[in-house]
Design a protein around this ligand. Structure first.
Ligand SMILES: C[S@@+](CC[C@H](N)C(=O)[O-])C[C@H]1O[C@@H](n2cnc3c(N)ncnc32)[C@H](O)[C@@H]1O
Length: 226
């Protein structure tokens, strides 16, 4: 797991500034120092109990140590992975990581360049397993060994509609980058390529948005709240 972002970044919303034009925007996020009898639970972090917890985490994880939160997430992770090609420093990766965290993906895979812009991730990358593959072959070898079905997500003439496709429980949803889209080697290796229906004039939607829609399709089929 990549741990390069600091707790301070997280508390500050990764550089976000409160907007005084939005009602309540200056309200502090999170909780202050613990009040009442000191809790026994060893998932709690004494520093957060003493000083408060302003991290970008859901309320049930308040005051938990970082390790305890990741261990809890790891015990519940879903069967899908996401992958995105990064040959020219794709600016959508932060969004993909944040959404993968929200929908509890097993892992995010970055294919190509290792560096990516963390700003859009809002420090969610600290809680998300991220694996780098320098080449498509390396990525495909991992998918084969892991027994995960590779599904390309792009608007090709032979793509099938994501809206009606039964997504396998264990799969990796692969996204291309702005401009070139999904690369030929991924397209050839994919079990299927899936398209998201569009109705307007644009040729495509943003890759981060496409990733959110595809992950939510998996959630609707396998993990939707009953
Ligand atoms: C902006 S698109 C790439 C440009 C696109 N090849 C074109 O001709 O305009 C970047 C990535 O977003 C995803 N994407 C965008 N729109 C999509 C759609 N309608 N269906 C499926 N994937 C889409 C795909 O993964 C694609 O590789």
């Amino acid at each position: 797991m990549d741990q390069t972002s600091s707790e301070n970044d997280e508390a500050a919303g990764a550089g976000a500034r409160p907007n005084p034009d939005i009602e309540g925007a200056e309200r502090e996020v999170g909780v202050g120092p613990w009040e009442g009898p000191w809790p026994e639970d060893d998932r709690f972090d004494p520093e957060f109990l003493r000083h408060g917890d302003r991290r970008n985490v859901i309320d049930p994880y308040r005051y938990w140590s970082h390790e305890a939160i990741v261990a809890d997430l790891d015990a519940k992770r879903h069967g899908f992975h996401v992958a995105i090609e990064n040959w020219q420093h794709d600016f959508n990766i932060g969004t993909v990581v944040r959404t993968a965290n929200a929908f509890l993906a097993q892992e995010v895979h970055i294919i190509g360049k290792k560096r990516w812009n963390r700003r859009g991730a809002m420090v969610t990358d600290k809680y998300q397993h991220i694996r780098h593959h320098a080449t498509v072959d390396e990525f495909l070898a991992w998918a084969n060994t892991a027994g995960v079905v590779v599904l390309g997500i792009d608007l090709f003439p032979d793509s099938v509609p994501l809206e009606t496709y039964p997504l396998p429980e264990r799969c990796v949803l692969v996204f291309g980058q702005e401009g070139p889209g999904l690369s030929d080697p991924i397209r050839r290796a994919a079990h299927a390529t899936l398209s998201i229906a569009q109705f307007g004039s644009t040729r495509s939607i943003n890759a981060g948005v496409a990733a959110g829609i595809a992950m939510h399709s998996w959630v609707r089929q396998h993990a939707a709240p009953r």
